[in-house]
Design a protein around this ligand. Structure first.
Ligand SMILES: Cc1cc2nc3c(=O)[nH]c(=O)nc-3n(C[C@H](O)[C@H](O)[C@H](O)COP(=O)(O)O)c2cc1C
Length: 150
């Protein structure tokens, strides 16, 4: 059974709605043979990352970057996971108030450094999520999960 790890920082109802949509997509009945492991970004460890086959990341934009929580996650796992996780698939979503550019740039740079392979379009949005946004998050979860099916 493949393991998909979702590492998220979810400090508000709008972020929670996106998180739930991604989880729903990743665990839909059509996905078989993939176990979803959920970890808050401040609790996720290098062991969690090493034990997974693919990754979903979710964060708000904070102070022009990804949340400190997701940055802390990367700070913890970067070197322990650098060689072992190269080439693994991932996807991500970013929610902001007005501008997610810096957060997106940061996630792209760090995952490029890790050698992770983005297998779904990133979902980025500001303000209250609409139906199209939650559907895009559902697709994000389903796409990355489907890529882990054997
Ligand atoms: C300390 C702080 C810094 C923030 N910085 C940014 C930012 O740089 N860019 C942005 O688009 N939103 C920023 N926001 C807004 C958050 O991204 C937003 O509150 C979060 O995505 C949750 O969305 P919600 O408040 O609509 O539920 C910031 C929020 C806080 C609390």
């Amino acid at each position: 059974m493949a393991t998909l790890l979702i590492v998220h920082h979810t400090p508000s109802p709008n972020c929670q709605a996106l998180f739930e949509a991604v989880v729903s997509g990743a665990t839909t009945d059509d996905i078989e043979g993939v176990r979803l492991v959920r970890r808050a970004a401040l609790a996720a460890t290098a062991s969690d990352v090493l034990a997974a086959d693919g990754y979903l990341l979710g964060t708000p934009a904070n102070l022009g970057y990804m949340s400190g929580a997701l940055k802390h996650f990367f700070d913890q796992v970067y070197y322990p996971c650098l060689d072992a996780t190269k080439g693994r698939p991932f996807g991500y979503y970013v929610h902001g108030g007005n501008d997610v550019t810096g957060a997106v740039r940061g996630i792209e740079a760090i995952t490029t450094g890790l050698g992770w392979r983005r297998t779904a379009d990133a979902v980025t949005l500001t303000g209250e999520p609409g139906r199209a946004d939650t559907e895009a998050c559902w697709e994000l979860g389903a796409t990355v999960a489907a890529g882990l099916m054997e």
